[in-house]
Design a protein around this ligand. Structure first.
Ligand code: AMP
Ligand code: MN
Ligand code: MN
Length: 332
């Protein structure tokens, strides 16, 4: 476990009257849950809090619509241009803030709370722990050090981050301490069954149609990744839109594809409405995907990483294949 110096972050926040929060674009449960949980907790101690992320049009992902604290959100156009004190969550680099990268650069003090191994240390104060299962873990520890009690709403938000980033408490980073934190959060009495249903067990019928199509068209390449195998598929924009499915609904495709036992690496290429391709990758541990995806302009973790590509699906998969072919094989 990384030894963190909590002092400077606690110092920044202890008497803060106004705090401006941001998380990465296209927020997942950890990004939005960590930010809103932290925002609710600070507001309860009297701070004025605004929170946002650089998505335009600005909307809360449908799978996260249950999250408390959305009254803290403002669209990026209403985000302060030069905040006195800004905090970022689950964001490995400035570009992952989208248009909120400018206010981050202009902020007088910038606290970066994150668990990406690829974090570029773009703040003035950092709470970074690549061993943390989720940014929500770091937020919970910070709130403890600030002496803020956990309410059911704060716990709902942080639990969402913890449950999503551990794949429902399944991934390697799920330590005894993660379960102890989960137990503390559950102790506040919120409806964790409704959280799990919303984030893991809810989909539109249109999504199931899209899932069927992209699984049917998936490719298995046994010789790829130096013989360890690659399984990949493309979620094209037009058929996705025809089924009424947004980019925020297809995050779970990778969790089905990555089960293929024949392939060390799984990749889902998700074509956005603007033609760029968001790539999700997962490994079973023998390939460090944070390194692979960083080389392709993105980042992430060893087992789960991603990047955005602007060259179209065919060229994108060729470049990915080439990068994976050269990646060192690690012990699982
Ligand atoms: P995802 O496949 O979208 O669930 O993302 C898996 C991991 O890769 C997350 O930790 C993300 O933060 C990281 N990641 C995904 N997309 C990008 C990107 N475009 N740039 C940098 N990191 C990314
Ligand atoms: Mn994230
Ligand atoms: Mn995270």
């Amino acid at each position: 476990m990384t030894q963190l110096d909590w002092g400077p972050a606690v110092e920044l926040l202890r008497d803060a009257g106004e705090v401006t929060l941001a998380c990465h674009v296209s927020p997942d449960g950890d990004a939005l849950g960590s930010m809103l949980g932290f925002g609710l907790a600070l507001r309860a101690r009297g701070a004025r809090v605004v929170a946002s992320y650089g998505d335009e049009p600005f909307a809360v992902p449908r799978t996260l619509a249950f999250l408390p604290g959305q009254e803290l959100l403002v669209p990026p156009a209403r985000f302060p241009a030069a905040p006195e004190l800004m905090v970022t969550f689950d964001t490995g680099s400035l570009d992952r803030l989208g248009t909120l990268g400018e206010p981050a650069k202009a902020a007088r003090r910038l606290l970066v709370v994150d668990h990406h191994a690829s974090n570029t240390r773009f703040g003035t104060v950092h709470l970074l722990d690549p061993a943390a299962a989720a940014t929500a873990v770091l937020v919970a520890k910070l709130l403890d050090r600030l002496g803020v009690a956990l309410t059911p709403d704060v716990a709902t938000a942080l639990y969402t981050g913890l449950a999503t980033d551990t794949g429902s408490f399944k991934f390697a980073a799920t330590t005894p301490a993660v379960h102890r934190l989960a137990a503390r959060l559950l102790g506040t009495g919120f409806r964790h069954d409704l959280v799990s249903r919303a984030v893991f067990d809810t989909a539109s019928f249109g999504y199931l149609r899209v899932l069927g199509t992209v699984l049917r068209d998936a490719r298995l390449e046994l010789d790829a990744v130096g013989g360890l195998g690659l399984v990949w598929t493309v979620v094209e924009a037009a058929p996705r839109r025809a089924c009424g499915v947004g980019m925020d609904e297809i995050e779970g495709v990778i969790d089905v594809l990555r089960r293929a036992t024949e392939a060390e690496v799984a990749a889902v290429l998700k074509e956005g409405d603007d033609g760029t391709v968001q790539v999700s990758t997962r490994s079973k541990g023998r390939i460090d995907l944070s390194v692979v995806c960083r080389a392709l302009g993105g980042g992430g973790h060893r087992y789960a990483a991603g990047y955005t590509s602007s060259v179209g699906p065919t060229e994108t998969v060729e470049r990915l294949r080439a990068e994976l072919a050269g990646a060192p094989h690690l012990e699982a």
